[in-house]
Design a protein around this ligand. Sequence first.
Ligand code: S3P
Length: 418
Amino acid sequence: MKIKRKDAFYGEFLIPGDKSITHRAIMFNAAAEGSAVVKNALLGEDCLSTIGCMRALGAAVRIEGGTVYVTGTSAFRDAECDCGNSGTTMRLLMGLVAGRGVNVKFTGDASLSKRPMERVARPLRLLGAKVETTDGTAPVYVRGSALKGCRVDTQVASAQVKSAVLLAALGAEGTTTVCEPLRSRDHTERMLAAMGAKIRTEGTSVTVEKSALHCVDVDVPADISSAAYFMALGALRGETVCKNVGINPTRTGILQVFDRMNVQYSLENERTVCGEPVADIRVKKSALRAVKLDRDIMPSLIDELPVIAVLCSLADGESVIRGAEELRVKESDRIETTAAMLRAFGGDCETLADGFVIRGKKSLRGGSADACGDHRIAMSAAVALTASEQGGEIAGADCVNISFPQFFAMLKEPEAQR
Ligand code: S3P
């Protein structure tokens, strides 16, 4: 994919639906009583993987335009679930099926088959689940067994791990409490509460009782992780507005980073849709300042770090990002792939075991980089090249289909989005 430099970038964007919320709306409704309509669903490859798995497990899922119609099933059937590239699909479903007495084999693509699954298997076993991984990774086998609630302390602040335990706990006798080292995104808790689950949150602990779910319609807000690329382009090159963006406080670490980097932005039309806070985000061209980020903020911006690193490359001063070792086990090793991309464009980025040191420059030259099969690297590279001196090329850019199939069309013609 060739990317031209642009000196000015202005536009109003209807960013596609939130990936985390779309996965959950489809999975949870598929396991609930009744039927539901999921509007503005993200239909990228990851969520299509979830739809394929829910069908394999016995739920009826129909796609019409951007709307997904789900009819739940009270009894899943034994199945093989191909989760493609999607960690959320595999990890959440491991928990969901564990509480439902079925035998399921989970597989994934080459990238997903390298990612750690014991972090989910271990806490599920504490509840009595029979889970087998293959040397810690996929294929993963979950076999039907009776579960009993207990207290689970997770080692990493991961919404995927937390959600897997909460979903298994819905089918476990008694009470389950999940305690995290830091609070991770809470879309699962919000949606399960709306579906009738007995669930409560206290600080970084979530407690759930055995509960049946009833279907709820969901209007999915735009994904702040996808909006982040266009927000960054507003800050670098002009002015952008991303409409209907989910601003759940467990997801808005990037806005705190904007405050600290001197990015000029405003939230407009703030409102609540289906239990999730939403706003239009306007971002204006700004003189960027370097920033220091540490572990505490990571769960609220983990997927935005590659594009935040692009902003740091064009900020005044040295930025230091620490406590981000989770990046090493995402769709690629994002510490290495982000640094390689920035260096390929003339940036100055040193890697640490748990993050980066990035010395900002007045401009990036541009050039060629490889997406390394990682959608967020492809889109961050596109932002860097749009704001570079010469533009350049991204190899393997079609992986944006994982989370944002319309990305390059929107990038090429921002004016057409009005
Ligand atoms: C997600 C949680 C995050 C995030 C991923 C989606 C979710 O992963 O990186 O893209 O939907 O729960 P972890 O919870 O493992 O950090």
